[in-house]
Design a protein around this ligand. Structure first.
Ligand SMILES: *[C@@H]1O[C@H](CO)[C@@H](O)[C@H](O)[C@H]1NC(C)=O
Ligand SMILES: *[C@@H]1O[C@H](CO)[C@@H](O)[C@H](O)[C@H]1NC(C)=O
Length: 181
């Protein structure tokens, strides 16, 4: 084995372990939640265990009077049944208006919801990441949301580029089926 090959392998291993930590993210500045609310279709997502096999996924966001946002996610599950779940999104810190925590009551679950970029009228790139303590593993949640059931390939490519530049794994991002009727 040549020296350069060994160096390459060592660098690859180092890269791999660096890549398995959650990247530093920057959420959208001057985020305007009043423009963001309404209906979004899930155009693409990463492999997410609780969404495995879901199709025709959409999310409806409605402003609450206390400044939080009501979340209503609907989908057709892997068995072909309609499912929906309701929750509440809250800004974590007023200094970062596009970084939310979403809580769902049943089943009880909680997750981050960071809008990296959205133009409000076409697309939104939503990201969350968790490091597994004690392991060099990260779990990523990536959603490419669209105001319509499809998303232009140009926009998809630009959003994927943002993700990969940031250090996210875009390989596992796949298109969500949106033709259930
Ligand atoms: C949202 O998704 C659900 C489940 O797939 C579907 O029944 C509903 O028609 C969708 N809403 C819109 C406005 O497309
Ligand atoms: C909110 O963000 C500001 C600015 O980054 C920071 O100084 C402050 O500690 C944060 N507050 C909380 C409760 O995390």
């Amino acid at each position: 084995m040549q020296f350069s090959t060994i160096v390459f392998i060592v660098l690859s291993i180092v890269n791999l372990s660096l890549a398995s930590k959650c990247p530093t993210i920057v959420t959208q500045k001057d985020f305007d939640v009043t423009k963001y609310v309404g209906l979004w279709y899930e155009a693409y997502r990463s492999d997410i265990i609780f969404e495995a096999g879901s199709r025709c996924v959409n999310a409806t966001y409605t402003p609450n009077s206390d400044g939080s946002v009501a979340v209503w996610n609907q989908a057709v599950n892997i068995l072909g049944d309609y499912t929906s779940i309701r929750g509440t999104a809250r800004v974590k810190n007023a200094s970062e208006p596009a970084a939310f925590v979403v809580t769902f009551d049943s089943p009880l679950q909680k997750g981050d919801y960071n809008v990296l970029t959205s133009n409000y009228v076409d697309y939104s790139l939503v990201y969350a990441c968790t490091n597994i303590p004690g392991f060099d593993i990260k779990i990523e949640f990536i959603w490419l949301l669209s105001r319509t059931k499809t998303m232009s390939p140009t926009v998809v490519n630009e959003l994927k580029k943002i993700l990969s530049n940031m250090g996210a794994d875009v390989d596992k991002v796949t298109q969500t089926v949106q033709n259930c009727q």
